[in-house]
Design a protein around this ligand. Structure first.
Ligand SMILES: NC(=O)c1ccc[n+]([C@@H]2O[C@H](COP(=O)([O-])OP(=O)(O)OC[C@H]3O[C@@H](n4cnc5c(N)ncnc54)[C@H](O)[C@@H]3O)[C@@H](O)[C@H]2O)c1
Length: 252
């Protein structure tokens, strides 16, 4: 899909990987709306791109529906969706204090998996109204993690949630194929973003030492570049693409 002239929503776009995606999509001529927490820098980022900001907590299912509808109305349609809002906790299945609290597990599933699916189903519905261009109506990009495949000790809830996102990608691509809507997921290793800014350099070196090359944290613009390539490459569909410098997470 050619990006110029298309309408994009970037969820989590106030920071990190989504922010870079929003910037790169705007630089290629897309209209961009940012959906992010009210407390985020979403307004400032959206303004710098000539777009609009729609504050939302993605775990407010109806609020997310309304924010998305507002963005689509403001732009006059939707072709591209990049979804990164998410995060995890550090808790083992069982500790001396007892079993993993179920409500904590549920919260991580809601924030990552249910919120992503809620947005995806609504994004697909908006995209289905587009006139197809070369058969194509839209592209949805979600965000997992390589923890979906090699979760580290203490990442059980996060792994389950991200594996759910990776797992639904191919099925959703099949569900939406007849409409000309593609679905892909990017699974990053450790990236240098708002989520990881507190990690000291020496610890980041340890966390990336098992990468094949380069042995460093990823840069948000590398995610953005992949997001752009996904949009521009119609043969890419249904895959979860590892963006990880050949890294496999160690147990801890
Ligand atoms: N940074 C990493 O090392 C890394 C690695 C693998 C996967 N990920 C995944 O990438 C995504 C985070 O992106 P990032 O690393 O660019 O982080 P980031 O913190 O820079 O950006 C995340 C954005 O999402 C927003 N957000 C968080 N919770 C939200 C909510 N409930 N509703 C609406 N917006 C919300 C934040 O305000 C922020 O602007 C997450 O899904 C995370 O699991 C990150």
């Amino acid at each position: 899909m050619e990006i110029k002239g298309k309408k994009a929503v970037v969820v989590g776009g106030a920071s990190g990987m989504a922010r870079s995606s929003a910037e790169q999509l705007a630089a290629k001529g897309a209209s961009v709306s940012i959906l992010d927490l009210a407390s985020s820098a979403g307004d400032e980022v959206a303004k710098s791109l000539g777009g609009s900001f729609f504050p939302v907590d993605v775990t407010d299912w109806e609020g997310a529906e309304q924010a998305l509808a507002g963005a689509v109305e403001a732009m006059g349609g939707l072709h591209i969706a990049v979804n990164t809002a998410g995060g995890g906790i550090a808790k083992r299945t069982l500790t001396k204090e007892g079993p993993h609290p179920l409500q904590d597990f549920q919260k991580v599933i809601d924030l990552n998996l249910v919120a992503t699916f809620n947005l995806n189903r609504l994004q697909a519905s908006h995209m289905s109204k587009n006139e197809p261009e070369d058969g194509e109506r839209g592209v949805i990009i979600d965000t997992a993690s390589i923890a979906a495949f090699e979760g580290q000790i203490g990442q059980v809830a996060y792994t389950a949630a991200k594996a759910g996102i990776a797992g639904m990608t191919f099925t959703m691509a099949r569900d939406l194929g007849s409409l000309g809507i593609r679905v892909l997921t990017i699974a990053p290793s450790l990236f240098s973003t708002g989520l990881t800014e507190g990690i000291p350099d020496e610890y980041a070196d340890v966390l990336t030492k098992d990468a094949a090359f380069p042995k460093r944290m990823g840069r948000p613009e590398e995610y953005g570049r992949l997001a752009v390539a996904i949009v521009e490459t119609p043969m890419l569909n249904g895959s979860t693409i590892r963006l990880d410098a050949g890294q496999r997470f160690a147990p801890k």
